[in-house]
Design a protein around this ligand. Structure first.
Ligand code: TYD
Ligand code: MG
Length: 449
């Protein structure tokens, strides 16, 4: 019997080594090398056309513009860069339970095209029940509960669907590889087989992939470079809002963002996120401010809440939901050291409304204002919003796309926006008063006298 060959792969970056190593030379992580069976002589990928191709001159009309396939709704099309390209392979990553299957089933039902939805996780029965909850009927939506790639490829060739959805890559397995489903080599092989068929049949393909706690798709990062587009579906499972971000896109920009709301009847698009994220509380409450942030290319006004109270135990607690705790600690240190606010013995809690996670430095000033407001128990007037970064010396720094932020705040009826003195915005005709500040203590005097 032929000797079975194995190799070691890093489960975090996919690095291959003939022997076991404690530390992966590829990504430097420890204890991530796992043994995988190697296929003795891997047969060519199913159905790949290997005919020699001729180079084409760039800019000549020989390369025609391919029309994009419009999916239902505007959010998903926007994130994809204006629609789905024929033959494009899109990976949708997200934590379990975030709503990936729901999103994909809605695409399948709503598009009124011939769609093949392959599920390795749920039975036909379960999917049918979910479809009933979503309440859309599509005669041309076919469900297939299958995990063997060779069978899926066969069905694709026979059925010629317009869109294929695979839920999820972790459940697939290929006959060509012996290791178990979900292992690095299985995921890599199955994806390669599916990509080959997608390119050959010009078939747009969606792959659903679970991400691990540290944010890697399928554990290994191996999938990200194989596919054309990587979308990340994120949000807090306990809140209703979900964000769909594009992390990589060969056919569009990666600055796009789609916002959805999870309802009992499936996902609903949110076209006016700012209006929902602000204005959910009464006047007269301290510790609440509004930040004019930009997510991707989209202005988003969000509410920031802070609670400052005397520490009940010896060590004060600092906790942030939707915001980096280290950054919060830095802002508190700046307030303590540069501006003389005594916060060292206080518990500080910060919360971004709606369970969203925002990584925009423009949140800084709104957070600082919310903390100071809660600390002094004086409310910040509802008609003021903030858009500036705070530096280590307590200086207020300018942020990108300020014009866009000011315009959005004006549109939503804010009367004042507090920004850095050093901005380069053009400030063309706005009905909102732009207040410029240089340092954090100026903001305190401005707001609380
Ligand atoms: P699901 O799409 O199964 O998540 P994933 O595929 O990412 O693991 O969605 C999971 C959650 O969505 C589930 O906890 C219930 C909720 N949900 C709704 O609130 N409304 C609905 O109409 C559907 C279908 C699901
Ligand atoms: Mg699922």
């Amino acid at each position: 019997m032929a000797k079975v060959k194995t190799a070691f792969f890093c489960s975090s970056c996919g690095y291959e080594s003939p022997k076991w190593l404690g530390k992966c030379p590829g990504c430097g992580s420890w204890n991530t090398m796992v043994e995988e069976l190697l296929q003795p002589k891997s047969p060519p990928l199913a159905g790949v056309a290997k005919a020699a191709r001729k180079p084409v001159q760039l800019g000549r009309d020989t390369v025609q513009d391919v029309p994009r396939i419009q999916l239902p709704g505007v959010e998903l099309n926007r994130v994809l860069g204006g629609g789905l390209m024929p033959g494009a392979v899109t990976l949708i990553g997200g934590e379990p339970g975030i709503g990936k299957s729901t999103l994909m089933l809605q695409v399948a039902l709503d598009s009124q095209r011939k769609v093949l939805y392959v599920s390795g996780e749920e039975s036909e029965m379960q999917i049918q029940q979910r479809a009933k909850r979503i309440g859309i009927h599509n005669e041309q939506c076919y469900i297939l509960a299958e995990t063997l790639t060779q069978n899926i490829l066969e069905v694709c060739e026979e059925m010629q669907p317009e869109v294929v959805i695979i839920d999820s890559v972790q459940t697939l397995h290929s006959r060509l590889i012996e290791s178990s489903a979900g292992s690095v080599s299985q995921i890599r092989q199955c994806t390669a087989e599916l990509i080959a068929i997608a390119k050959e049949l010009d078939l747009p393909l969606f792959l659903v992939g679970h991400i691990t706690k540290d944010g890697n798709i399928a554990g290994p990062k191996v999938l990200e470079h194989m596919v054309d587009t990587v979308l990340q579906f994120e949000g807090d499972r306990h809140f209703v809002y979900r964000m769909l971000r594009s992390v990589k896109n060969r056919f569009g920009s990666t600055h796009e963002l789609g916002i959805f709301e999870m309802t009992p009847g499936g996902l609903r698009e949110v076209h006016n996120p700012s209006e929902i994220l602000i204005g959910q509380h009464d006047d007269g409450l301290s510790g609440t401010t509004v930040a004019a942030t930009v997510e991707g290319a989209r202005p988003l006004l969000i509410e920031v809440q802070a609670l400052v109270s005397t520490a009940a135990f010896g060590t004060p607690q600092r906790s942030a939901t939707g915001f980096d705790t280290r950054r919060l600690n830095m802002l508190l240190a700046v307030l303590e050291k540069r501006c003389g606010f005594k916060l060292a013995m206080k518990d500080v809690f910060v919360n971004i409304a709606g369970g969203l996670r925002v990584e925009d430095p423009a949140l800084d000033l709104a957070i600082v204002a919310a903390v100071l407001s809660s600390n002094s128990n004086i409310e910040v007037p509802r008609k003021i919003c903030f858009a500036a970064e705070v530096g280590l010396t307590g200086e207020v720094r300018t942020v990108s796309r300020l014009d866009q932020r000011i315009a959005e705040a004006g549109k939503l009826g804010f009367e004042q926006i507090i920004v850095s003195r050093h901005h380069k915005a053009t400030l063309a005709k706005t009905n909102i008063q732009v207040v410029e500040v240089g340092r954090v203590d100026e903001v305190f005097r401005l707001l609380f006298g």
